[in-house]
Design a protein around this ligand. Structure first.
Ligand SMILES: NC(=O)C1=CN([C@@H]2O[C@H](COP(=O)(O)OP(=O)(O)OC[C@H]3O[C@@H](n4cnc5c(N)ncnc54)[C@H](OP(=O)(O)O)[C@@H]3O)[C@@H](O)[C@H]2O)C=CC1
Ligand SMILES: O=C1CO[C@H](CO)[C@@H](O)[C@@H]1O
Length: 439
């Protein structure tokens, strides 16, 4: 008899129970494997999944490929003829001999797939944002610690010398204590649209797509051609996490990393339109964090999107300097540090830093950092112990926007103090029959 949606199979359940018997936190450090080739299952192999697959395959075995779209599955399979093919990710976990999993599905399926993998003690590379909800991020962070496996969130910029140099420069105190940070992106609008109402019409899903499987834990929605699939699901709260969820884990990563930020205390958002199903066309989010050794007593972080940017004059950049469409500006006591995506860091005002020597740091391969840590031991740059809390922070901006209220954040209890209406935005409900214990 086929097992029901998301009810673990017997083997998965035994894996879960074993994990529960060992509730100790292990660091995310790989233990060298006897056979140094890692057997990897890749879930979501179109779009970004196709490149994740190629990157982690270097020197290792791709043993399973899974995609809800058989066309994309067959395309991926052309280069990995030995791999078993699946359309249903739950069946992947019934296969023997898998050491590790990549999860490159749309955002709404990251947590159910990843938690299942963690409970079976599989090493996980999960795309950003780690999860769709804040509650899921907290659960995955804990489950990863308990499983003691090697984890990495798919924020490959983290391993670039560009971001490493920016982080090191801030931590070295080159611009002094940081009091405010500005982060911006050109999404949404250019890459996908938001501010949408769901049409009353529907279409028949193409034969290559299992629409029910695509929906997974999301609410029942009729298929509409080109509206969600592929890629455009980003603009819909059922599947995506808006521009903030899409780019925030990249752009706020050097901020949280450099300043060693914990959870924010307050989060406010403005923008619109506020619609039940689709993200805003534009939004600005103001976070306030408790200070750290790299900052003033408190530190403000502002998020801009849809091409909005901080006022040009606060950069103190030369008039002919061309800003990036995605970037970060740190403002410190002694000056400003800018880093772009992909522009290298700059210090402003230029005259104050003429003799500055940048640290010499190298690019690393973020994907192979993960496979290497599994095979040979070692650490990853974005283990869930780091990327779980980062994802929580990023997604809090969406909660503030959708609740249309200032969030006074009680991180320990995952509550917006005095705002019970935010609860359903912090922990979403899964489709009936697709519930996963703990999520
Ligand atoms: N780190 C980075 O730079 C990037 C990260 N990403 C992240 O990667 C993820 C995927 O985004 P993107 O590739 O652009 O999206 P796409 O919609 O282009 O591709 C997602 C793939 O996953 C498949 N899929 C969907 N649901 C499931 C499921 N339940 N099980 C197995 N396969 C499934 C899709 O099939 P189908 O074709 O039927 O939809 C598709 O092949 C997102 O979380 C995104 O944030 C994306 C781009 C870059
Ligand atoms: O880095 C990236 C490139 O753009 C994509 C679309 O916004 C993102 O999803 C991705 O993370």
């Amino acid at each position: 008899m086929p097992h029901s949606p998301l009810r673990p199979t017997r083997r998965q359940f035994l894996g879960t129970s074993a994990a529960m018997l060992a509730p100790f936190a292990f660091p995310t450090v790989g233990r060298a494997m006897a056979n140094s080739k890692v057997n990897i299952a890749c879930i979501g192999v179109g779009g970004k999944g196709a490149s994740d697959l190629k990157e982690v395959a270097v020197g290792h075995n791709i043993v399973a490929l899974c995609d809800v779209d058989t066309d994309r599955l067959e395309t991926a399979a052309k280069n990995f003829k030995e791999a078993k093919k699946f359309q249903d990710w739950r069946e992947v976990f019934d296969m023997k001999g898998i050491d590790a999993v990549t999860v490159s599905t749309p955002d709404h399926m990251h947590a159910p797939v990843t938690l299942t993998a963690l409970r079976l003690k599989k090493h996980c590379y999960t795309q950003k944002p780690l999860t769709h909800s804040i509650h899921e991020a907290r659960v995955l962070t804990k489950a990863a610690a308990e499983a003691g496996v090697v984890t990495q969130m798919g924020t490959q910029h983290h391993a670039t010398k560009r971001l490493k140099i920016a982080v090191q420069t801030i931590r070295d105190g080159v611009i002094g204590k940081v009091s405010e940070v500005h982060c911006w992106t050109d999404r949404p609008g250019t890459f996908w649209k938001q501010g949408l109402e769901r049409p009353a019409t529907s279409d028949t899903p193409p034969a290559n797509l299992n629409w029910d499987m695509f929906l997974g834990v999301a609410p029942e929605r009729p298929f509409v051609a080109k509206l969600y699939h592929p890629f455009h699901w980003r603009g819909w709260w059922d599947f995506g996490t808006g521009a903030l969820g899409d780019m925030g884990c990249h752009i706020m990563d050097p901020v949280v990393n450099a300043l060693e930020l914990g959870a924010p205390t307050t989060v406010k958002a403005e923008g619109g339109p506020l619609l039940p199903e689709s993200g805003p066309t534009s939004c600005k989010v103001d976070y306030e964090f408790p200070g750290t050794k790299h900052t003033t007593a408190t530190v403000k972080v502002t998020w801009y999107e849809a091409g909005a940017q901080p006022p040009r004059e606060i950069f103190q950049a030369p008039a002919d300097w061309k800003n990036d469409t995605n970037g970060v500006l740190f403002r410190g006591e002694k000056g400003n540090l800018f880093v772009g995506f992909p522009i290298m860091p700059k210090l402003f005002p230029v005259a104050d830093f003429e003799n500055h020597k940048w640290p010499e740091l190298e690019d690393h391969n973020h994907y192979q950092e993960w496979t290497s840590a599994i095979a040979n031991g070692g650490k990853t740059g974005c283990p869930f112990s780091y990327s779980g809390p980062l994802t929580e922070t990023v997604l809090l901006g969406n909660v503030a926007f959708r609740a249309a209220a200032t969030i006074n954040w009680d991180s320990a209890n995952l509550k917006a103090t005095g705002l019970p209406a935010a609860d359903k935005l912090i922990r979403r409900q899964y489709r009936k029959g697709w519930e996963v214990e703990g999520l």
